[in-house]
Design a protein around this ligand. Structure first.
Ligand SMILES: Cc1ncc(COP(=O)(O)O)c(C=O)c1O
Length: 393
């Protein structure tokens, strides 16, 4: 596979130069597969794999004795905060995106007649926690997308009422790749006295995310997609001044101030996001997540996003010239790392296309009846061209 791709200058077609050869050790998957499913379960980065190996070595030879795991966990928390422009006190480690969203949905003090606004096409992780609130008299308002997959932020904002406590949306939709304008929504929901909660699993790691600039109050994400980390360890961001408004729905020993004074039994919840961590950390998961985040920070969110923009634009152009229909909205500000497309009529079923590609070690998937490809920054132009060549005409 191509190693030394040198594409330079700015703009979607020409992302910043990246010595892709430098990354072959860091992404050994490139020697095995043309992998384009980072919106599914992504491969972990080389540094994440190395962190797991080091953890295994330490844990199996000396256990926690002489380990610096707790120091590392604190460093990862700081790194995660930095990545989204937050403070470490606003970050909790969670087992997945769902758990983080459930902390918020289950933890706010709902009053009968309150409502939550979502879109009608959310990944179920960002639906059921809110739908479950119907038991507490909370209404769910759903905003449907346009037939072309767009969900105008203004439409979401228009659905906000004076009883809206939360708008909860995916930053990037899993089944269309559509990226929504969060600022417009947050301005509206804040005016109405509510909060913006974001499922960022399809954006964080692929593009810059800044909670303050975007007006995000709560954000949840697992590591297993664009963050190139293992499944089962993610982060929840809770805006500092809102932490004490959210009573953790799962209360455990680590939620407490002075948690390590085990026998004191003083029920006093922490006043930082640590209150959303009921018990022991998934230490290997946190360390691996930290290693991948450090790599992504090192490359730089802007560089990563420029690469992804260029690779996906090249893919979309190539798809169009092969007669495939690109479904993903691709305007500036609405595109993402996800390209959803349909075969030309008579071009075989989506499942057939995926199977034919898999036989050639090319990985894309079917989602909601369409094809979905999601390259990350370390993929190369040559890999995109290989995918295009391999797609049945
Ligand atoms: C938008 C979105 N949210 C959440 C998830 C996964 O949720 P969890 O991390 O809880 O497994 C996915 C997985 O495909 C997703 O696409």
């Amino acid at each position: 596979m191509a190693d030394h791709e040198t594409i330079e200058t700015n703009g979607p077609a020409n992302p910043p130069k990246l010595d892709a050869g430098k990354f072959s050790d860091l992404f050994p998957i490139r020697d095995q597969l043309h992998f384009f499913d980072h919106a599914g379960v992504a491969p972990i980065s080389g540094p994440a794999a190395e962190a797991l190996r080091r953890y295994g070595e330490q844990a199996s030879t000396r256990g926690y004795v002489d380990s610096n795991w707790q120091v590392q966990v604190r460093a990862v928390r700081r790194g995660a905060a930095q990545m989204i422009g937050a403070d470490a006190s606003e970050i909790a480690f969670v087992p997945n995106t769902s758990s983080g969203l459930c902390m918020i949905a289950g933890g706010l003090d709902w009053v009968e007649g309150d409502n939550v606004v979502i879109t009608s096409v959310e990944y179920p992780a960002n639906r059921y926690p809110w739908e479950d609130l119907r038991r507490r008299g909370v209404d769910l308002i759903e905003v449907a997308p346009e037939p072309d997959g767009r969900i105008f932020a203004e439409q979401v904002a228009d659905a906000v009422t004076n009883r809206t406590r939360v708008v909860s949306v995916s930053h990037v939709q899993y089944s269309s790749g559509y990226r929504i304008d969060l600022r417009t929504i947050s301005d509206m929901v804040h005016q109405a006295g509510g909060y913006l909660c974001v499922d960022a699993i399809q954006s964080l790691g692929a593009m810059p995310v800044d909670v303050a600039a975007m007006g995000i109050d709560f954000l949840s994400v697992d590591g297993h997609k664009w963050l190139l980390a293992p499944e089962g360890c993610g982060i929840l961001y809770c805006r500092g001044d809102l932490v004490e408004l959210v009573h953790p729905p799962v209360v455990g020993w680590m939620c407490m101030v002075d948690a390590d004074r085990y026998g004191d039994y003083r029920f006093e919840l922490r006043t930082d996001a640590g209150r959303f961590e009921p018990g022991s950390y998934n230490v290997p998961g946190v360390l691996a997540l930290g290693a991948s985040m450090a790599l992504l920070e090192d490359v730089g969110a802007e560089v990563i996003w420029s690469r992804i923009e260029a690779l996906t634009t090249r893919l979309c152009d190539g798809l169009a010239s092969k007669g495939y229909r690109v479904f993903s909205p691709r305007g500036r500000g609405e595109r993402s790392g996800i390209v959803v497309f349909e075969p030309p009529s008579g071009g075989g079923s989506c499942a057939d296309v995926v199977a034919a590609l898999r036989r050639q070690d090319i990985v894309i998937v079917v989602r909601e009846g369409r094809l979905r490809a999601s390259p990350h920054f370390y993929n190369t132009q040559e890999q995109i061209d290989h995918l295009l060549d391999a797609l049945p005409a």
